[in-house]
Design a protein around this ligand. Structure first.
Ligand code: GLU
Length: 415
């Protein structure tokens, strides 16, 4: 699994799109590499008085359509190639959603589970101290991602504001509500996926009130999708997992009760009256909807033939390799590709930027309504394009997104 390089994967997906669109080689070459990369080493004082130096990255992939946008991940296995791939996917994501932003991503190699709040705060501030020149509301706007949260964003916004000598809420999104955050940002990724799944069920003839679902990952994306699938669509969520393993109960789980259990014990595993299972087994369960909501490269050529779900809703970024894509497409699985399915997060981030600029805040209902419109439009655009070109859903999403970026680059005279 580890040998799959996510950036090579992202480039292969783009090459495939280039072939479908008949893009000239020089245009494709301009799209295949990030515009700018920042590599930083961050010495941070730990609670025991020692200094530890962390490595961090920020990749600004393409800003033809607007300032670059994308989350910051804190992960022990972070690599520059993962961040490059994620920054590329952010470019396609913002373009597909037709929001006026480019794509970027950041990452710091660290294990948040072994760090205190003080250490995390010092690390977050050190990161901003090192990249502040290259970020800003009209340049590059970070956001939360794997193992970062509104508190992390608050520290980073505060550090940037201190350096600028004025409040700069617009430098980062996913902030706490009392610091310029948007209503509805917390569960926006999952809610966007929910709207996509709702529409996909219509085109695929699936009765959601009788549908079963399995969710891999129980962070911001996984927990909320489990909760919303049950509460808003009436699905039976019968399996969930986190990095320590999975639990299954065919009669259905209560996602909130599982969340409380995880908060008390650090994991979903050993939740009462459930069977335990591995993350690998969960992916192969006989359910209608599978939601990979953790990390990249989990559905591969090896396990794809055994995937039984009718709809695979990718809340994670990059969970399916190109080989697995083909296998699933041939099996007739309806994939909701990552940069469509999980675009709710960045879409509400964009709404947050708009609210920060205008200093005028929307209600949760207004956010949901606007998000629903954007997600539903994007789903049908991808669905219709896949029919028109006779290509799979991911290729269709690429066709729409890449076309728009190329148009912007041409109009600016870059290519
Ligand atoms: N990290 C999220 C993503 O991968 C959100 C990015 C953002 O809000 O800028 O889409």
């Amino acid at each position: 699994m580890a040998e799959i390089n996510p950036f090579e994967m992202a480039q292969r997906q783009l090459d495939m799109c280039g072939e479908i669109l008949g893009l000239e080689p020089d245009v494709l070459a301009a799209l295949r590499e990030p515009k700018r990369e920042i590599h930083v080493s961050l010495p941070v004082r730990m609670d025991d008085g020692t200094i530890r130096t962390f490595k961090g990255f920020r990749v600004q992939y393409n800003d033809a359509r607007g300032p670059t946008k994308g989350g910051i991940r804190f992960h022990p296995d972070e690599t520059i190639d993962t961040v490059r791939a994620l920054a590329a996917w952010m470019t396609w994501k913002c373009s597909l959603m037709d929001i006026p932003l480019g794509g970027g991503k950041g990452g710091i190699i660290c294990n948040t589970k072994e760090m205190s709040q003080g250490e995390l705060e010092r690390l977050s501030r050190a990161y901003v101290d090192n990249i502040w020149k290259y970020i800003g509301p009209d340049m590059d706007v970070p956001a939360p991602d794997v193992y970062t949260n509104p508190q992390t964003m608050a520290w980073m916004m505060d550090e940037y504001s201190k350096i600028s000598g004025k409040n700069q809420f617009g430098v980062i999104t996913g902030k706490p509500l009392n610091l310029g955050g948007s209503a509805g940002r917390g569960d926006a990724t999952a809610r966007g996926a929910l709207y996509c799944i709702r529409e996909a069920a219509k085109t695929q003839g699936l009765d959601l009130s009788k549908a079963t679902a399995a969710v891999q990952g129980y962070g911001n994306a996984g927990y909320y999708i489990a909760r919303l699938l049950r509460s808003e669509l009436g699905c039976n969520v019968c399996a969930v997992s986190d990095s320590k393993g999975g639990i299954c109960c065919m009669g259905g789980l209560d996602p909130d009760a599982v969340c409380t259990h995880k908060a008390e014990t650090t994991s979903v595993i050993e939740y009462p009256d459930t069977e335990c299972m591995t993350n690998e087994d969960l992916l192969e369960m006989d359910v209608d909807i599978l939601c990979p909501s953790a990390l990249e490269n989990v559905v591969t050529a090896e396990n794809a033939p055994r995937i039984k779900a009718k709809i695979v809703a990718e809340l994670a970024n990059g969970p399916t390799t190109p080989e697995a894509d083909e296998i699933l497409h041939e099996k007739g699985v309806h994939i909701l590709p990552d940069f469509l399915c999980n675009a709710g997060g960045v879409t509400v981030s964009y709404f947050e930027m708009v609210q920060n600029f205008y200093m005028n805040y929307w209600t949760e209902e207004e956010v949901y309504e606007q998000l629903d419109k954007k997600m539903t439009a994007a789903y049908y655009a991808v669905y219709e394009t896949s029919k028109e070109y006779n290509i799979n859903m991911r290729q269709a999403a690429y066709v729409i997104a890449v076309k728009r970026v190329v148009e912007a680059m041409r109009a600016r005279g870059w290519i």
